[in-house]
Design a protein around this ligand. Structure first.
Ligand code: F6R
Length: 271
């Protein structure tokens, strides 16, 4: 895991934007995975600005989102599909046919989840998946206790989540009780992962994800075993890391390491 610690939320978004831009331009990634929630909003605003400056072109890019509520149509203002349309997709040149979401009104959650997995696989897999992290260490809707090998599945939302979500709905009975989510195993299959976290309220989850034991009790901890995960966090979210100095030392030292090696090769007459 590569851990990049920035001073504040703005710098986290700017850094994440450069990483997304590199993935799209340098590595020519055509299949991206997106998350909803408040954390990636600043990144999405940077992506929109980058698109307006002419730096990014989404005309041949396809996307998969991590999760969706069950029981809400895409045009419902609380659906994740609507969220993505309002904050990103409606502001860039992505083709609607290239946007992939779980169907929240499916007549078979099993078939819907299988089809989602098959579609991801048929497109060669997700090259870069953007993630946030919940306060309990969840990624996607994979709450504590979810198998780290899980594939796309339906999730029964915890009472705390229902209570948290109630403020967005006019009555308690309107709050969705279930959702569909990529599984931890689905996320682990993504070629690269970019996880963002900001604010002190995420500090415990970030510490558990990076330095805790790998456990279903913090599904993000599975990412310790992912070969290409970059975590970009602000100082507040990093505040409970025990080995913060080491993480900061290693984050940007790749070029420095090569300069050092080159100098050593000169010294020993190899260059
Ligand atoms: C969103 C998602 C969730 C969020 C997480 C953090 O699609 O899958 O895992 O990333 O709940 O949410 P925020 O960013 O609102 O703190």
């Amino acid at each position: 895991m590569k851990v990049i610690v920035k001073d504040n939320e703005k710098q986290v978004a700017e850094t994440a934007y450069l990483l997304v831009k590199d993935a799209i331009i340098d590595r020519q990634y055509k299949v991206l995975g997106f998350a909803t929630g408040s954390t990636p909003l600043a990144l999405y605003a940077e992506i929109v600005k980058g698109f307006q400056r002419g730096e990014l072109d989404f005309s041949d890019i396809s996307t998969f989102n991590l999760d969706e509520y069950l029981g809400l149509p895409p045009e419902h203002p609380m659906s994740y599909r609507f969220f993505m349309e309002s904050n990103l997709f409606g502001k860039i040149n992505i083709k609607p046919s290239n946007i992939h979401f779980f169907d929240g009104l499916t007549d078979s959650v099993e078939a819907e989840c299988d089809d989602y997995e098959d579609l991801i696989a048929s497109m060669g897999g997700i090259k870069l998946q953007i993630l946030g992290i919940g306060r309990d260490g969840h990624i996607g809707f994979n709450e504590p206790g979810t198998s780290l090998e899980s594939r796309s599945h339906y999730v029964t939302l915890a009472k705390e989540t229902l209570a948290d979500n109630q403020r967005f709905f006019s009555k308690a009975s309107d709050v969705p009780r279930w959702a569909l989510s990529m599984g931890v195993g689905t996320i682990m299959d993504c070629q690269e992962i970019l996880l963002l976290a900001t604010g002190e309220k995420k500090a415990d989850a970030v510490a558990a994800m990076i330095e805790g034991p790998i456990s279903t009790m913090c599904t993000a901890s599975a990412l310790q075993n992912h070969p290409a995960t970059t975590v970009v966090i602000d100082k507040a979210a990093a505040s409970k890391l025990k080995r913060l100095d080491y993480w900061m030392q290693t984050a940007d030292d790749y070029n420095e390491m090569y300069d050092y090696l080159l100098a050593a090769r000169h010294r020993y007459g190899l260059e």
